[in-house]
Design a protein around this ligand. Structure first.
Ligand code: BDP
Length: 715
């Protein structure tokens, strides 16, 4: 074993430290003796992607194997690794079967051993340049994770076209719901200064296949569409281009008024259309591969087409028309609910958008959050999935942990993402999973997209919590292939980020896999939701009422409905009937508390405190059981982590240890605050197995958390 090197986490999973095992190193070195980059003209679509792949391989192999693998133009010896683009090299294309080339698709790659002119070679080829870069990262990952050279051969292609990161970053570098420092986009110094971090960011993204980034907050500022800022955006796009990453911007719907001097932003007004047309043209002049716009309209105070009596489709189509011929897309968010609150908030996105199915232009994608409320620790899948078969729907996930402990609490989110992607909507028979709707295969859409709200900031380690890097990584891997398992991804990430030692992989993977459920348990178990502190959303706040929140559907009491008669939100036909928005098999299953899974019970049902759970316990006792279980899980993580001392470098070990300590304390606060609060209504003693609360309810209610990062009110 080599001694552990101190690590500040900056390198993420792209650590190319020398492999300690001599024979393993030798086996790779023997398999790759030279990198062959045939002289080829550069691609206009992905300029410099091949040289970038070459450099990444040279660097990576130098680190991992401790050798300088030579770069040549033609294969000269056994072990040549041949990079190339099939569409531009008939010679290489002849070595790859039609079927394999089709399987690699537009952006995938093929790694395939061949023997040519008596020389043993490995092809690393693709139909487009960017595929070669993806393949290079896959090959390096193979080596980083110590997989055998015998299994080098692989073909992989992304299932979803647009694999997007959404940054909620503002022009003043404040990140809405950002917990890892400031925005990495230094707008003030752009375009003159190109922070090396931009390139490292692009590398990390390309290594997991992310190919689109929205640079700015959905609560948008029109200034980013002014010439001065567009030049800054163009500079970033230039850094990202070799990595296959296209830039998108959020478009503030009222921009024609704010920066265009018009009196209206009515999407049907000819002057407004003209303004956007000219704006799009200006953008494409600066950024020929500009991806398009992401829009939050008529939601939480944002302007939109409804301000002029127009529909969301009118607004989206108007913008879409201005970028259609340039290959641009409009991502129009379905996260919409009314200020007047006419109905259960969980129903409003569906009510608003479902009737518009079929009315959107071909380059509009409607972007839907995983659940109908708002990125809760657990939500049932959004009923829009499967309900708009004529519209491509993007799945929006939150990587930043707004409701799961910021960057203090450990919550590996891949199981949450997987749960949504695998959820069966039953909208077109069984097997109509969210994943198949989003990847376009169920309804045969030509375009598909997935979006993750980024957890990246200026912290040296990018994500604040060292283990939160796994969420960025896992999101990218699932965006590439949503059939991958969250556990396999965890292990792959651990191998690259920490160690290939099974004594690290097993315990750490187990801990990651349990971590999201632990947060659910100690904060919002059994389908409880939206009971966090108001505003910054950090910590418990089941007592938050309309007075505190300003509007009922931002309060907690609106969602948990705790009263003497019981707890939970009745969304059956007797209640808000949100269940009517789901396909029959789902609706039927979730309409009856007896067939509703425990973890969604209080999402759909209001039940008496003595309701008999599947476990045999009363609902009240079960609630206590879950809150206590959450705390116990964190204690187990502390033990597990403690056992890794000496196997993980000291800086990261110490950092995570400290965070777990805080998480344990805050898990107890969640438990005590929530149980004491609900106890006022249940009027029952705390179940036996639950530890006695440390403080009184009054104490927890009086706790004021200030200066919490990411709180928009703090800007
Ligand atoms: C909520 C956040 C808010 C965002 C909003 C959104 O609290 O800051 O602006 O989502 O997605 O979860 O637009």
């Amino acid at each position: 074993m080599l001694p552990l090197r101190a690590d500040d986490g900056y390198r993420l999973w792209l650590r190319y430290d020398r492999i300690a095992d001599d024979s393993l190193r030798a086996s790779y070195a023997q398999a790759i003796t030279e990198i062959v980059v045939p002289a080829q003209p550069d691609s206009p679509w992905f300029p410099r992607s091949i040289p970038t792949a070459r450099d990444e391989l040279v660097e990576g192999l130098r680190g991992l194997l401790g050798v300088d693998v030579p770069v040549v133009e033609k294969p000269t010896r056994d072990g040549a690794l041949v990079l190339g683009v099939l569409t531009r090299s008939p010679e290489l294309a002849a070595l790859v079967s039609e079927r394999d080339s089709r399987a690699a698709g537009e952006h995938g790659y093929i790694i395939q051993p061949v023997v040519r002119d008596g020389v043993r070679q490995t092809l690393l080829v693709a139909n487009r340049d960017i595929g070669v870069l993806y393949g290079a990262f896959a090959l390096l990952r193979h080596i980083q994770t110590h997989r055998s050279v015998a299994t080098l051969a692989q073909i992989s292609a992304p299932r979803i076209h647009l694999r997007m990161l959404n940054h909620w970053d503002n022009l003043d570098r404040f990140i809405e719901r950002g917990y890892a420092g400031q925005s990495i986009w230094d707008w003030f110094n752009l375009p003159d200064v190109l922070d090396p971090r931009y390139r490292d960011y692009a590398r990390a993204n390309a290594s997991i296949g992310i190919n689109a980034v929205v640079l700015t907050n959905v609560n948008a500022n029109a200034s980013v569409l002014t010439r001065k800022y567009l030049e800054k955006v163009a500079a970033l796009a230039g850094v990202f281009r070799p990595y296959g990453i296209r830039v998108f911007l959020t478009a503030r719907f009222s921009a024609p008024i704010e920066i265009g001097g018009l009196k209206t932003a009515d999407p049907l007004d000819p002057a407004v259309r003209e303004w956007w047309q000219a704006k799009s043209q200006e953008i494409y002049q600066l950024i020929p591969d500009f991806g398009g716009f992401l829009v939050k309209a008529n939601s939480e105070g944002q302007p939109g087409p409804q301000d002029y009596g127009r529909t969301h489709a009118d607004g989206a189509n108007m913008l879409a028309d201005t970028i259609l011929t340039r290959g641009g897309h409009v991502l129009w968010r379905a996260f919409v609910y009314s200020h007047e609150m006419p109905d259960d908030r969980a129903k409003q996105g569906y009510s608003e958008f479902q009737p518009l199915d079929g009315e959107f232009r071909s380059n509009v994608i409607v972007q839907v959050k995983n659940g109908a409320i708002d990125f809760m620790p657990r939500e049932p899948f959004h009923p829009l999935f499967g309900a708009m078969p004529r519209t491509p729907l993007a799945l929006e996930l939150q990587i930043t942990q707004e409701y799961l402990g910021g960057s203090v609490h450990l919550a590996y989110l891949a199981p949450l993402f997987e749960e949504v992607l695998d959820a069966d909507t039953h909208t077109a028979g069984s097997g109509s999973t969210v994943g198949r709707i989003v990847d376009g295969s169920l309804d045969l859409h030509g375009i598909s997209a997935i979006a993750g709200v980024a957890n990246i900031g200026s912290d040296r380690n990018w994500t604040g919590h060292p283990l939160a890097q796994a969420n960025w990584y896992a999101y990218g891997r699932l965006a590439w292939d949503h059939t991958l398992s969250s556990e396999a991804i965890a292990k792959e990430w651990i191998r690259q980020t920490f160690s290939n030692d099974p004594d690290v992989i097993q315990p750490l993977a187990a801990m990651l896999m349990e971590s999201r459920e632990a947060v659910v348990d100690y904060s919002m178990p059994l389908g409880l939701h939206h009971i966090m502190a108001v505003g910054h959303h950090y910590g418990p706040g089941p007592w938050v009422d309309v007075k505190d929140a300003g509007r009922a559907d931002w309060s907690s009491v609106y969602y948990h409905r705790a009263a003497v008669d019981g707890i939970g939100f009745d969304r059956t036909a007797r209640g808000s009937d949100a269940l009517s928005q789901y396909a029959k098999p789902v609706r039927e299953r979730w309409s009856d508390p007896a067939t509703t899974p425990d973890e969604l019970l209080l999402w759909f049902h209001h039940l008496p405190w003595d309701y008999r759970m599947k476990s045999g316990r009363t609902l009240w006792d079960e609630l206590g059981f879950y809150y206590q279980r959450g705390v116990d899980s964190v204690r187990r993580f502390q033990k597990t982590w403690g056992g890794l001392e000496g196997k993980i470098d000291a800086p990261r070990f110490t950092h995570v240890k400290a965070l777990l300590g805080r998480q344990e304390r805050e898990a107890r606060e969640w438990r005590d605050a929530c149980l004491l609060y609900f106890q006022q209504f249940s009027k029952r003693p705390l179940p036996e197995h639950v530890e006695k609360p440390e403080y009184s309810l009054e104490h927890y209610m009086s706790v004021k958390r200030r200066n919490i990062p990411g709180d928009p009110a703090r800007r």
